[in-house]
Write a protein that binds this ligand. Sequence first.
Ligand code: NAD
Length: 367
Amino acid sequence: MDIFKALEEYDYEQLVFMQDKETGLKAVTCIHDTTLGPGLGGTRYWTYENEEDAVIDALRLAKGMTYKNAASGLPIGGAKTVILKDPENQINREALFRAFGRFVEGLNGRYITAADVGTGETEMDHVYQETNYVAGTGLKPGTSGNPSPSTAHGVYVGMKAAVKKAFGTDSLNGRTILLEGAGKVGLTVAKKALKEGARVIATDIFDGPQQRAKEIGCEIVEPDELFSIQADIYAPCALGASINDESLKKMEKAGIKVIAGAANNQLAENRHGDKLDEMGIVYAPDYILNAGGVIQVADEFNGGYNAERARKSVDNIYNQIEKVFNIADRDGIPTYLAADKLAEERIAAIRKTKSVYVRDGKSILNR
Ligand code: NAD
């Protein structure tokens, strides 16, 4: 892999390799862009086929965080860490994550970490023993806890904004929603939509989530039956790439007019976003819609988490989605590209202010 060429491609600022033989730590932190503030992004603890795959994942995820954080209006940049998990190697988890915490401390605030796939509150508690540049630890005063309810609330308000674009009113009353994935986020979105008078048809690959969805009032179908029902809204809340050639054909038949869900990377390829535009389906871009979790986590740095303030900020996802639609209309582009533009325009505007000299710049870290 030609590392500097890869860094140049999307103008990555910094790629940090961390190794500690004693604890078995092998980690890569990628800081993509800190124009808006310190780079914030979770730490993924994952087994990779090879080291190159780990680096590519760190690069891809860090850039994704820059766009998500920028488009959410947060004063933070984008970064991400992957720690290479060796299933053969017996590690001491506390030692490994404390060693990692010391490296994070060494970055002196350019990077703030949090939980991601394979890590949770316990790991962040270990990291917190060594650095304050961590969110989502249960030990820190002003911590914010599980981000899923905030993510779900953002998906719900963003869905309403998308429904308004498609139908002229943002009410979900009487709308039929096809919910894919009745997990932590999907189930909460369903509850909110049901409360507003929507009909929710839910599916999941496991019985437990199906059962829980049924208990709150959803109708249940098997995953391959989801699009056999005529509906207004498709809410992908399972895994990525669910908008693809095959599902688009089914959505057309099902009469879907809006796509709004929590899953990351919903478009299998960008051309599927173009296709949605041609089909006249209102697509609420995933990373704007599912930013509630990171908005909550970032609020911890405003002198400790404040639920009311964070909720207001999550409510703002409604406006952010409207901004995306306005950019799409203004420039005649699909909404997934308009989302990128929203992020890029904000970063460009703030970058210009950086030409004004200050000796020690202020950031979210010294509020
Ligand atoms: P979760 O694991 O609690 O729920 C996902 C559910 O989807 C599970 O019940 C799983 O069985 C189901 N599922 C998996 N494949 C499926 C398929 N093919 N068809 C139907 N159901 C399927 O996860 P979550 O926290 O609710 O997150 C949902 C999505 O939102 C994920 O893609 C996640 O990356 C994304 N997301 C979550 C958050 C958060 O705060 N939790 C934040 C941003 C993005």
